[in-house]
Design a protein around this ligand. Structure first.
Ligand SMILES: Cc1ncc(COP(=O)(O)O)c(C=O)c1O
Length: 455
């Protein structure tokens, strides 16, 4: 084990018992620590370092804006940075006449979206509508409102007594269909069940439905079948629900499109964005809504009952604009699409036949690998073996950063890792990712032992 000194001192760490290396420099896909060790950031942190570390254009834009003016109160002033960023963002956002509400985290974007949906319904004269239907094995954030619509028991159960829980439907997850059906003869029950749920709750009580277009941290890059999103849109329209598309992880090119929902040609009512918006250079989140909805609020003569001291931050807007321009100037959305295909193929070639690799999936540079005790039966590992965490730790020791997760199958059982490097990753670096990952898999799950066990 590496002998790092940091969990001492006054920091309340995210992982209390983990010895944190201290990073002093980031450059491209690499991070460097005080011992001079190099880490290949193959998950972009928790899937957000889209343009890589150490991009001067973004750093300079942040410094320049902070020098001019760092903070103005958003209920009193606007800034050129905010106006310019909003115009540029409107050009790539798949919403008609979009308007953008800015905050600092994906969780806040979720809070903004669900509160917005509630207020729109009230302003339309539908005051009984307050429920927001979410999905099991989803993640929308850490705050109580966002947790209530999220579907991760491990993160929710401690706080259940404190929250207004929300209804959930099963996710589209063909590798382990929640209804034990097979795709193409299943009738896309995972989508049509939304209609049943709305009827059970009473359509007059439901304000919105929220979902990730491609499942992120809870399921590791599960892409739904082609019919899923058009059906969900149709059902939301039929029953007067707003459709909230959570693109916090998928947005800004991660899926190989500017926004993943474009894959299916569906227009949501609200899109939440964060992570890749400023790629880690600034804590920036955005709730994008249709202009027509903002006009509903305007006509009522009030405002959106929401706020935040750091909302509409000038430096955040400058960071967002510089990031967006960098993505455009370097054609990084197309790069994510093509490199994603390449990386998936390389992963398939190296690990596709491994007895403990059940599924390799994803779109663009948002890829997931599901680990199983038995490939044929898809039986998961016992949770206490913490296979995904041990795999990520083994890779970490070898200088590779992955994003592990547990509870893939049912919230408790199941292990996966996400692989989501910056879009500037080179061919050689992709080979490096695959080689280290394969070595880590071999260290934690030796193929010979696994095949022996099965026979
Ligand atoms: C899809 C999705 N929504 C919301 C969030 C919450 O974002 P944040 O951690 O910035 O609050 C996340 C975080 O991983 C996410 O993946």
């Amino acid at each position: 084990m590496i002998d790092y000194k940091h969990p001492q001192g006054n920091v309340f760490y995210r992982r209390i018992d983990f010895a944190h290396p201290m990073i002093t420099r980031g450059e491209g896909v690499y991070l460097f620590d005080t011992f001079g060790r190099r880490y290949l950031d193959a998950s972009g942190g928790p899937v957000l370092v889209n343009i890589g570390h150490g991009v001067d254009e973004v750093v300079d834009a942040i410094a320049e804006q902070a020098r001019q003016v760092a903070y103005v109160h958003a209920s009193m002033f606007t800034t050129q940075a905010l106006e310019d960023y909003s115009s540029a963002l409107a050009e790539v956002t798949p919403l008609p006449d979009p308007r953008f509400f800015y905050l600092c985290s994906g969780s806040e974007a979720t809070e903004t979206a669900i509160k917005f949906a509630r207020q729109i319904q009230v302003n339309r004269g539908q005051g009984e509508r307050y429920l927001v239907i979410g999905r099991w094995r989803s993640y929308h954030g850490t705050t109580l409102g966002a947790l209530a619509v999220s579907g991760r028991p491990a993160l929710r159960s401690l706080y259940m007594p404190m929250m207004q829980d929300m209804p959930h439907i099963p996710p589209p997850y063909c590798y382990r269909c929640p209804f034990s059906l097979e795709y193409s003869t299943c009738g896309i029950l995972c989508a049509t069940v939304l209609e049943d749920q709305i009827k059970i709750l009473g359509a007059n009580t439901v304000a919105a439905m929220i979902a990730e277009p491609i499942s992120g941290a809870s399921l590791a890059a599960v892409v739904p079948p082609p019919e899923y999103w058009p059906l969900v849109r149709e059902i939301c329209d039929k029953y007067g629900l707003l459709l909230i598309d959570d693109e916090v992880m998928t947005g800004f090119g991660r899926s190989g499109r500017w926004f993943a929902i474009e894959t299916w040609g569906v227009t949501p009512d609200v899109i939440t964005m964060a992570k890749g918006a400023a790629g880690g250079y600034w804590p920036l989140s955005i709730t994008a809504v249709k202009g027509e909805h903002v006009e509903v609020i305007r006509q009522q003569g009030g405002g959106f009952v929401h706020g935040g001291t750091f909302s509409h931050h000038a430096v955040g807007a400058a960071a967002g604009l510089a990031t967006l321009r960098y993505i455009q100037d370097h054609d990084l959305v197309a790069a994510s699409a093509s490199k994603g295909e390449q990386l998936k193929a390389k992963l398939q070639a190296a690990l596709g036949d491994h007895p403990n690799v059940g599924d390799i999936r994803g779109q663009g540079l948002m890829l997931g690998l599901e680990l199983v005790a038995d490939r044929l039966t898809k039986e998961p590992f016992p949770p206490k073996t913490r296979v995904a965490r041990r795999l990520a730790d083994a890779a970490f020791e070898l200088g590779l950063i992955l994003y592990p997760g547990q509870g893939t199958v049912d919230g408790v059982y199941g292990d996966h890792v996400m692989i989501a490097p910056p879009f500037i990753v080179t061919d050689e670096q992709m080979d490096e990712i695959v080689a280290i990952l394969a070595a880590a898999v071999e260290a934690v799950l030796p193929a010979s032992v696994a095949s022996g066990r099965r026979n």
